[in-house]
Design a protein around this ligand. Structure first.
Ligand code: ADP
Ligand code: MG
Length: 696
């Protein structure tokens, strides 16, 4: 029995939404939507709610008409208002990959990430046509898709088949936008490709979301017949006709923690072994790399993002870069990161999508000539962790927007008609391979990976994983890998052969070495709990330790002949890491225990990447400008040599002369040639004739 009618909706709206209607009237016509919670409808009339799901088109028509017809006290009449149903219960939320023909024309909700969004542009909904023969104007309502023209003039006296002319001033337009929503990474099981659904929104729903936003969209699922070159196909495509959009802006919205689990979490927080336990739960099948795993742990917990009164925002996310030889498990570590982080995304710098790592604007994505903004990995990982493999191979476009993406955690796009700022509030775990295949300990890092120094300096921690054969470590790794495989073999055999004679106990025993101490689900809940509840503040003695450490390092740079050892960036890294460290043990204060830990980790990283291979001293410029002080000094000496020789010769100086003079000052031939090329590229010297140089 059909329940829905104009009257019943009027009753419902008056009974449940009268205040909201008055509020809407106050702001009409700037605001045009009345948000109705599905549960209110259910409370009012179960049958009506059920009918909305089954026959949304008719029921929403009743609802909208009832709203337009309400008698408002003031001198206002609603004309283009909308009822927007929100908060559809779980059973009507359907995963994009599970949409079937049974869902067509039903009211459903889907959740996910906005992957693409077009510009907001007008769409004609009621077209006015003037008959060129009799001047009669007829209105033709427009549906989705194809533009409909009158078949014949509706003026009975005329009745001819046109021609007709569209009159813009008398036609009715509405704002419209197309969106593409992609399944959220949290709903995907290991490596599945996310599926997408296109959504049409109009009027005040257009322009409310941006790529990267996490949303729940409810609407009516419609199908459109595909057309092929041979004509119409029997296959239909799905499009959601959007009725409401709810934006989720919390990191761990969907992680529920039960009372028992909270107790488990609190107990774990008090455990003196908590750090070891967390570290041993990260990539247990990978042997070694304790420092890297410890850093990854702190990255998962993260520091506190801060908004300052002057509007500035300081990121709390920790960025880590792993640089190293091939085959040292970099990619594996990244894959573990994704598994443990909420909203983790794994991608390669070489990029599988056109949007790359940041975002792009492309024309005509949906085949209708509009500009579309598409979110890349760092936007899709907003409020999560972006694991980017082969970061050194990223596209040139990405390279330029990465600085902003990492530091301000936004991505600005200004292209064609599109001006937008997307959010990229994520931590970045990157991996890069050395340019020349293998890492050379005696060369500064900036020279060896294909990444600009300004970008490298945005990482809080950089680790170098080299593959140097040592019997002890190699044996341990080999044994570890074989144990992992053995456990896997036992389990495969037991699964495939009946009466294999292998017991669950045996498997469990074999698995022990590669079993995380804290199960991934539990760890994720633990992290979610700390991010919701733990906001540590740095205590005085801890603050003093950080300052002393920083000043100690800076002091080494006071002597004008010494390099600048660290910059304020490293101090900020220390603070973030220390806050994360406090969170691991559920502490609301950062103590010296935390600062000691992070100073140790930061030192380990600094030693690896900022030690000038020639002097053995720390030098921030190796990261920040791409060359250490000793190299800069050499360049200075070299220029001086050329200048002196130039005076002597009264003209450009042959290369051989420069080399022999430089060798007297202890600079090797290779280095001279290398630096001459550099100086030439930056225009500090010029090659006057072949092999002859002079200082500019
Ligand atoms: P990369 O990305 O650094 O080139 P991969 O992550 O692809 O290296 O690792 C290559 C393989 O070697 C993986 O199967 C990995 O499990 C194994 N492997 C390398 N180092 C270790 C290690 N320390 N412990 C366990 N397995 C390792
Ligand atoms: Mg790899």
């Amino acid at each position: 029995m059909a329940q829905s009618s104009h009257q019943i909706w009027e009753e419902f709206l008056k009974r449940y939404y009268w205040d909201d209607i008055l509020e809407l009237a106050n702001h009409y016509p700037e605001k045009r939507s009345l948000f109705v919670q599905f549960s209110d409808l259910e409370r009012f009339d179960m049958e009506l709610a059920r009918e909305l799901i089954e026959r949304p088109e008719t029921v929403l028509n009743h609802a909208n008409e009832a709203l337009k017809a309400v008698n408002l006290p003031a001198n206002i009449e609603f004309e283009n208002t909308h009822i927007r149903i929100i908060k559809l219960p779980e059973q009507h939320r359907i995963q994009i990959r599970e949409l079937r023909s049974a869902n067509i024309n039903k009211f459903i909700a889907v959740s996910g990430l906005i992957r693409k969004a077009t510009e907001v542009r007008p769409k004609v909904i009621n077209a006015a046509f003037r008959c060129q023969r009799c001047e009669h104007v007829s209105m033709v309502p427009q549906g989705e898709g194809k533009f409909v023209e009158p078949y014949e003039c509706e003026n009975e006296v005329c009745g001819r088949k046109g021609p007709f002319k569209l009159i813009h001033e008398e036609s009715e337009f509405i704002d419209a936008q197309k969106l593409r929503i992609q399944e959220s990474p949290d709903d995907l099981r290991g490596g599945e490709q996310p599926q997408t659904l296109d959504v049409d929104v109009d009027d005040d729903l257009a322009g409310v979301v941006a790529p990267g936003d996490r949303v729940v969209i409810s609407g009516i699922l419609r199908s459109f017949q595909r057309s092929t070159q041979q004509g119409k196909s029997t296959f239909f495509d799905l499009v959601l006709d959007g009725i409401s959009i709810e934006i989720e802006d919390k990191e761990f919205e969907d992680i529920e923690i039960s009372k028992e689990e909270v107790e488990e979490i609190l107990a774990l927080g008090k455990d003196s072994q908590v750090y070891e336990k967390v570290i041993r739960s990260i990539a247990p099948s990978i042997y070694g790399y304790e420092e890297v795993k410890e850093a990854m742990a702190l990255q998962l917990f993260s520091g506190l993002p801060k908004s300052l009164p002057d509007g500035a925002r300081i990121r709390g996310d920790v960025h880590i870069l792993l640089v190293g030889d091939p085959g040292v498990a970099k990619s594996q570590l990244l894959r573990y990161g994704v598994r443990l982080a909420p909203r983790g995304i794994y991608t390669s710098g070489k990029s599988s999508t056109s949007a790359g790592l940041t975002a792009t604007a492309v024309k005509d994505e949906f085949g209708e000539g509009r500009w579309t903004l598409e979110a890349g990995a760092l936007v899709l990982a907003d409020m999560g962790l972006a694991c980017v493999d082969e970061l050194d191979k990223m596209e040139a476009d990405d390279r330029s927007s990465m600085h902003e993406a990492m530091e301000q955690q936004t991505i600005s796009i200004a292209k064609a008609g599109i001006m937008a700022t997307l959010k990229s509030r994520c931590a970045l775990l990157g991996a890069a391979n050395p340019k020349f295949g293998r890492f050379d300990r005696y060369e500064p890092i900036a020279k060896q990976i294909n990444m600009p120094p300004a970008l490298l300096s945005r990482f809080d921690l950089i680790f170098i994983l080299t593959d140097e054969p040592t019997v002890k470590r190699d044996t341990a790794i080999a044994e570890h890998i074989l144990k992992a495989h053995y456990a896997g073999e036992l389990s495969v055999r037991r699964d495939n052969i009946i009466n294999s004679g292998i017991t669950q106990d045996e498997i469990a025993k074999a698995m022990e070495v590669i079993q995380p101490v804290i199960h991934a689900d539990m760890l994720r809940k633990y992290i979610a709990y700390t991010k919701r509840n733990i906001f540590p503040i740095i205590q005085d003695d801890a603050r003093k330790k950080l300052i002393d450490f920083y000043l100690g390092l800076r002091k080494q740079g006071e002597d004008p002949n010494s390099p600048v050892p660290v910059t304020a960036r490293q101090l900020e890294a220390l603070i973030r890491l220390a806050e994360a460290s406090a969170r691991v043990r559920l502490s609301q204060t950062v103590t010296t225990e935390d600062t000691d830990r992070v100073i140790r980790i930061v030192m380990a990283s600094l030693k690896q990447v900022m030690t000038d291979p020639e002097t053995g001293r720390l030098d921030a410029d190796i990261i920040n400008v791409g060359m250490g002080k000793s190299q800069r000094d050499r360049i200075k000496v070299l220029k001086e040599i050329i200048r002196e020789l130039q005076e002597e010769y009264k003209s450009a100086v042959p290369l051989e002369e420069i080399i022999s003079k430089a060798e007297e000052s202890g600079i090797k031939k290779d280095t001279v040639e290398d630096n001459i090329t550099k100086l030439k590229t930056v225009g500090e010297i010029i090659e006057v004739t072949n092999g002859r140089f002079r200082v500019v």
